[in-house]
Ligand binder design. Structure first.
Ligand code: SAM
Length: 233
């Protein structure tokens, strides 16, 4: 039996996810305290160059061009943004993130003031997917390692709010940690905890909220996250 299957079975015991998360994280590595303790690169998962380049290469292969608008949902400390921002035309990178300090570190320590002034990326600090605060409608949207930390209700809200915000003919790419059978994830979001979903659940998040899902699966993520492409239905 695979380790993934054993993990899925243990997580399916009611209350197990909650208990494990408390045992793993008795203080809190979630939010500002966690960012202070771990630093802005480790907080979003480390593997800085590898996962940054992976996102960038995927979207370019999928047709992203400098004149497109890209929405980076949960942009963190700009692991992907530091490659997308120089590539896109000025004002065409839109980043939304709940932790303001991650965006600040991304600007100060990763892209630098000069590039920030030249490319004028737009940022919204929000945990409730307030995409309407951007003035442009994105052609491409990406949620890299966001739904891997969220319960289903919040994921559905993201899909529902993104649907009217995306440009006609736009597309949305989202990564997940896949499990063969449904598990009981924690009911609360947690940036350092793993949430698992079946392929059926990934497809349902889209189809219930006005999207047509296309499962891509393996995209070379070093920690095995899979990716799904969603088109406005
Ligand atoms: C694993 S990190 C990935 C960040 C970035 N996408 C990357 O690949 O580097 C997850 C990010 O999601 C952010 N996040 C979690 N829930 C959020 C929400 N409801 N709205 C916006 N950002 C959120 C966290 O603060 C964190 O920066």
């Amino acid at each position: 039996m695979s380790m993934q299957r054993i993990k899925s079975m243990v997580k399916s015991i009611p209350g197990a996810s909650w208990l494990f998360s408390r045992l793993r994280d008795p203080g809190s590595s979630h939010g500002e305290r966690g960012i202070k303790r771990m630093g802005h690169r480790e907080y979003v998962g480390g593997l800085w160059d590898e996962v940054g380049k992976l996102q960038f290469d995927l979207l370019l292969a999928e047709g992203l061009r400098p004149e497109h608008y890209l929405l980076d949902v949960a942009c963190g400390s700009l692991r992907g943004g530091r490659l997308f921002i120089p590539y896109l035309e000025a004002g065409h990178y839109l980043g939304i993130e709940k932790e303001e300090s991650l965006i600040e570190s991304g600007i100060a320590d990763e892209i630098g003031k000069e590039l920030n002034q030249e490319k004028r990326p737009c940022f919204v600090v929000s945990s409730s997917f307030e995409f309407e605060k951007f003035t442009a409608r994105p052609d491409f949207a990406l949620a890299q390692s966001l739904f891997t930390h969220l319960p289903a209700g919040i994921i559905n809200s993201c899909f529902a709010k993104l649907r009217p915000a995306i440009a006609d003919g736009g597309r949305f790419y989202a990564t997940f940690r896949e499990t063969e059978t449904e598990v009981e994830n924690s009911s609360e979001p947690h940036d350092q905890e793993r949430f698992l979903y079946t392929r059926g659940q990934m497809e349902q998040f889209g189809s219930e909220n006005g999207w047509r899902p296309e499962y891509i699966g393996d995209w070379g993520h070093p920690r095995g996250q899979v990716i799904v492409r969603y088109w406005p239905a």
